[in-house]
Design a protein around this ligand. Structure first.
Ligand SMILES: C[S@@+](CC[C@H](N)C(=O)[O-])C[C@H]1O[C@@H](n2cnc3c(N)ncnc32)[C@H](O)[C@@H]1O
Length: 621
């Protein structure tokens, strides 16, 4: 469904193109319709693209063209739905909306509803929006559904099954959940069509400087994320491969050289190789570098299997007196003595493999074995030791854990070896992305990355997560250096004071609000953003003009203040020489990151950190 204004903009673009054979610029659209700013023109273009009337042609300055041939589908608007107290289920109306078929997936029947109320605002669903629903009578935990309760009362809520009951959860912290023994599901939300028109035409208020677009098609809920070498080792906040691939396919082309400036365990790099892009990866955590190399280096599976079988027979024969116990601080606190002996035998057998790539690949399974056989609680990002009876009973089957991992990894490598494009390369750099790492200026076709959410102390401690593995597999000359990693990552060292020259109103406002409650936390946030700004500058240096830089970021809570990192990045980047072209919001169904933490640092005071992330799409001017 196009609004009157959108139709006028489309007609203008068509007429302009007929005359000039190219599209009008955002500036020309702004002038023509007396819009408040070019981001408002951009908003209209995005709406027309979303509705399937314009193509995205990213590599041209006037980057739109009209589409006539896209398959459109007409969807009935069945009526209103309460995002608040349930109302009488859907009255019938004869309105329809027309949207591009590929925006809602190929499967299923759809209908649309107009939203009333504010109970779903944290999901980006506002009063007056239209939601497109795929008809189905079952839903997964956490999906936003049309639910009918109490004999024909309909409501829009997130659905959870708990202890044999259903919880209908509002996405608004001021409202309580509804519990019922029975709930009838009438469909799940697949798309939200925001009613932003009126706000945008009234000019540019602070909140409208950038527009966040909620797009559930980026969720990839329930999809397989461990194909190829993606599943060989856990790492915090990994890319969902589908997100990495979609960004690569949208913003780069085959044969391009891409870069992930916070490559972590290398998910984007694996996807690059699978779809024919060369790739640089940079990270400052040595374990991440080790994993990224292993994940992106194809190994002949026959050779690998042969070495693995030989390794298993060797390890059985190693005697206790032949092994060297690793020597790092607190080893006895984190590992039982007999576990240390078994791990040391396994390590010795792996080290005897002559082919270095095979040795490293099997060392990845060993690294996972270290994590699972240590005295730490699994499922934690920080190192937390199990206690009491649990610790006493802890008797891990070290070789069994290794075999399970190694065999799963070999299967992953078999698929990667088969599918990776042979004529591509991956270069992985151990370095700080806020500095020059030797990549040539204007040489990269696309940057795809996911920065940390904040400093390691209060968000994900990449270094701490990696420490025991890193100490066992010798990625440091001195294993005791492994404890220092987190201090070197973004935001690792708090700023001395709150004076800075960063040009972001959003950051300024967040810092002021946090500093009122806790100055030290505000300095942490500032230090992180100063580092991030330097990384944006380096990204600008290496990227070719007119090319894209996509960042998947989270807007974290600090002291109850939601920091709009997506908007901050957009503001900082625009000062450096990028244009922010899009901010897409996706749900995080399966990312390995702390859903709860304690921002107040009060034990038990849990607070949801993040269940959504933004994809900020920047383009170098
Ligand atoms: C969100 S994770 C990336 C995860 C990655 N996308 C994956 O799929 O595994 C962020 C990464 O940034 C790295 N990092 C933090 N500060 C850095 C810096 N200054 N330079 C380079 N890497 C840094 C961390 O070590 C971590 O691996």
């Amino acid at each position: 469904m196009l609004t009157k204004k959108q139709t006028q903009v489309l007609d203008f673009i068509k007429a302009y193109m007929a005359k000039h054979s190219y599209a009008p610029s955002l500036e020309e659209i702004k002038k023509k319709f007396k819009l408040a700013s070019v981001s408002t023109s951009h908003y209209y273009i995005s709406k027309l693209q979303d509705a399937g009337f314009l193509n995205k042609e990213h590599n041209q300055p006037r980057a739109v063209s009209t589409v006539e041939a896209k398959q459109m589908i007409e969807i009935p608007i069945l009526g209103a739905i309460a995002a608040g107290q349930p109302i009488e289920a859907m009255e019938i109306s004869d309105e329809t909306i027309t949207i591009a078929k590929d925006e809602i997936g190929k499967q299923g029947k759809h209908y649309a509803l107009r939203v009333q109320g504010s109970s779903m605002i944290d999901e980006g669903i506002f009063d007056g929006d239209i939601v497109v629903i795929r008809k189905q009578d079952v839903a997964e935990n956490g999906q936003t559904v049309v639910a009918v309760i109490d004999d024909n009362e309909a409501t829009l809520k997130k659905l959870y099954r708990e202890n044999g009951k259903f919880r209908l959860q509002p996405a608004n912290p001021t409202l309580f959940p509804i519990y019922r023994d029975e709930v009838e599901v009438r469909g799940v939300v697949v798309k939200i069509i925001r009613n932003l028109e009126s706000q945008l035409d009234q000019g540019q208020s602070r909140d409208e400087k950038y527009v966040r677009k909620i797009d559930y098609s980026w969720d990839y809920r329930g999809e397989k994320t461990k194909s190829h070498t993606h599943g060989i080792h856990t790492y915090p906040a990994m890319f969902i491969p589908q997100v990495g691939r979609r960004l690569l396919e949208t913003y780069s082309k085959e044969g391009d050289t891409i870069c992930d400036i916070f490559c972590g365990s290398g998910s984007a790099l694996v996807e690059s190789r699978l779809i024919g892009r060369n790739a640089y990866g940079i990270d400052l955590n040595p374990l991440a570098i080790f994993l990224a190399k292993a994940k992106t280096t194809p190994i002949n599976p026959q050779k690998l299997t042969k070495e693995y079988i030989a390794l298993l027979s060797r390890v059985e024969k190693i005697k206790d007196n032949e092994i060297k116990r690793p020597d790092f601080k607190n080893i006895d606190f984190w590992f039982k003595d007999k576990v240390i002996v078994k791990l040391a035998k396994l390590k010795k057998a792996i080290r005897e493999i002559k082919d270095e790539t095979i040795q490293n690949f099997l060392m990845v399974a060993f690294s996972e074995t270290v994590r699972y056989s240590s005295n730490t609680k699994t499922g934690e990002f920080k190192l937390v030791r199990v206690k009491g009876e649990k610790l006493e009973k802890h008797d891990p089957d070290v070789l069994g854990i290794f075999r399970k991992n190694a065999e799963k990894n070999i299967a992953g490598m078999t698929a990667f070896y088969k599918d990776a494009k042979k004529d591509t390369w991956t270069k992985i750099i151990y370095g700080d992305s806020s500095k020059d790492n030797g990549i040539k200026a204007n040489s990269i076709d696309c940057i795809i990355t996911s920065p940390p959410y904040g400093d390691s102390r209060t968000t994900v401690a990449y270094g701490q997560f990696s420490r025991l593995s890193a100490q066992w597999i010798d990625v440091f000359d001195d294993p005791n250096d492994a404890s220092g990693v987190d201090n070197d990552l973004l935001g690792g060292r708090a700023s001395k004071n709150l004076t800075h020259i960063l040009s972001s109103d959003y950051l300024k406002e967040s810092l002021e609000k946090i500093a009122k409650q806790d100055e030290a936390r505000a300095r942490d946030v500032l230090s992180f953003n100063i580092g991030l700004n330097e990384c944006l500058k380096q990204a600008h240096r290496v990227l070719k003009p007119k090319k894209y830089f996509c960042l998947v970021v989270g807007n974290r809570l600090v002291k109850q203040v939601r920091i709009p990192t997506d908007f901050i990045i957009a503001e900082l980047a625009e000062k450096i020489g990028f244009t922010c072209e899009d901010i897409i919001v996706r749900n995080i169904p399966g990312k390995r990151m702390p859903i709860k933490n304690s921002p107040t640092n009060i034990v038990g005071a849990l607070e949801e950190t993040m269940n959504k992330e933004s994809i900020v799409v920047l383009r170098k001017n």
